[in-house]
Design a protein around this ligand. Structure first.
Ligand code: PMP
Length: 459
């Protein structure tokens, strides 16, 4: 039989045993819901460059790349060296005070993201969007946030709506309903976001207009999921409308930063958002987040301290509520900033090569699929893309994605796991500087075998 689970069970016995034990301690055996997939996830053990090895000793070419975080692949020597140097030069794991790397890293980010006039560090992308939203509310004095259907910004109350909603509950395409993605959320109305339809110009414009007086911010993944690009005219419109109504435009570039281009989606679209969030790739695999943007918005978080030599005479007569609260024991962690600097240094030299390799891989996958007569197209920009099973020419948003053949894509993914190509089923592909000719050729050959002879329906 062709069924992908037959080999899976044989090859991943140790993963099965590991997951069985894990379930005794962790709900579902996992540390994040998305790490789970049927029949049980593969448990990894070692990694090097573009490769990962599981607890059974199976080797895979890794396209998950830490959900896109590993722009230099696994265990890159530049990052190891930078971390070691920082640990021995400074002799600390954590200062808990201002330190030099906080400025060095910020300068480097600003070179690539000039819209980030001032910035603040956090420990994750989730915290970054949370802070961005607070900044927007503090700055505008308004309360509501609009987000797009199918877009993810982190796992907290006000953003856990309409990421992957059942279409039966999601309302009209042009006026989507907020569908909660979790039990246990705060359910008061003020916290519920306005949901906008991505890449729908007229509907988005009229919804923003309708709610303008209560909207503090519109937050958007400018390339949805890191792979579905906004139309240029859609981004232009979003910039224009938010500006007109005094609404803060937040580009969530946690996935797209240093991925769709070095300068993120904002450089691709040539748009200057009011606030930007970054994460993932800027930490080279270590936990980090960053919020930055317009000086006047970021200044909301500047502490007003009596006796501050840079702020003479203004410090002591404002109330606590004038300053936006932002804190975090590990913000600007020195080891992580050292890893991030090494990542950006190396990426500056090699980004165009990774980008070119990604284009080659996509073109070859599409060619192999065409020859095998399997409806496949790739969608993406820069060094991330996804494989969609569809003959549809244009994929613009969540609802378009739901119309593609997701079961076929999943079936292909399980066969690819058996062939030693790792993507979490249905996940996107992220490349790294370590994906070279050997890895690309092996991937293409695996695709060729799967599409020509392994699919249930014969391909
Ligand atoms: N925003 C976007 C666009 C993301 O892709 C993610 C992570 N998938 C987040 C925010 C949250 O980041 P983190 O997982 O680091 O909290």
């Amino acid at each position: 039989t062709h069924h992908p689970f037959v080999n899976y069970g044989k090859k991943t016995k140790a993963s099965y045993e590991n997951m069985k034990e894990a379930k005794n301690y962790l709900p579902g055996g996992v540390t994040a819901n998305i790490k789970h997939f049927a029949p049980y996830p593969i448990v990894m053990n070692k990694a090097n460059g573009a490769w990962v090895e599981d607890v059974d000793g199976n080797k895979y070419i890794d396209y998950l790349m830490g959900y896109g975080s590993l722009a230099l692949g696994h265990g890159h020597k530049d990052i190891r060296l930078a971390i070691n140097k920082q640990l021995s030069d400074d002799g600390t794991f954590l200062f808990g005070t201002p330190h030099r790397l906080e400025v060095e890293f910020a300068k480097r980010i600003q070179e690539h993201y000039p819209s980030m006039e001032k910035m603040r560090y956090t420990n994750s992308g989730t915290e970054a969007t949370l802070l961005a939203i607070r900044l927007a509310r503090a700055f505008t004095g308004k309360g509501k946030i609009a987000k797009f259907e199918g877009h993810y910004h982190g796992g907290y109350n006000s953003m856990l709506y309409s990421i992957n909603p059942p279409l039966s509950e999601a309302g009209e395409e042009g006026e989507p309903l907020p569908v909660p993605e979790s039990s246990g959320l705060d359910t008061f109305k003020e916290n519920e976001p306005i949901i906008l339809p991505f890449n729908h110009l007229h509907a988005t414009e009229s919804l923003i207009k309708k709610h303008a007086s209560e909207l503090a911010a519109v937050i958007v993944e400018p390339v949805q999921g890191g792979f579905i690009p906004a139309k240029q005219e859609f981004m232009d419109l979003l910039r224009k409308v938010t500006k007109k109504y005094g609404i803060v435009l937040i580009f969530d570039e946690v996935k797209t930063g240093f991925r769709v281009s070095l300068g993120g989606a904002q450089s691709v679209y040539n748009i200057s958002p009011d606030l930007t969030t970054l994460g993932k790739a800027i930490g080279g695999g270590f936990p980090i987040g960053l919020v930055g943007g317009k000086e006047k918005i970021m200044a909301t978080s500047s502490p007003k301290v009596a006796g501050d030599v840079f702020d003479v005479g203004q410090g002591n007569n404002s109330s606590a509520k004038d300053t936006l609260f932002h804190s975090g024991t590990y913000n600007g962690h020195p080891t992580i900033l050292a890893a991030g600097l090494a990542t950006i240094d190396r990426l500056q030299k090699e980004f165009s090569i990774v980008e070119e390799n990604t284009t080659i891989l996509r073109r070859k996958l599409e060619h192999v699929a065409k020859k095998a007569n399997v409806p496949i197209k790739t969608v993406g920009i820069g060094t991330i893309f996804s494989v969609l099973c569809t003959r549809e020419k244009n994929i613009y948003n969540y609802r378009d994605l739901q119309k593609t053949n997701l079961p076929l894509r999943k079936e292909i993914d399980y066969h690819l796991l058996d062939e030693g190509i790792y993507t979490k089923p249905l996940n996107r592909y992220s490349l790294s500087t370590e994906h070279g000719e050997e890895e690309l050729n092996k991937t293409i050959n695996a695709y060729e075998r799967v599409l020509n002879s392994r699919l249930e329906d014969g391909g």
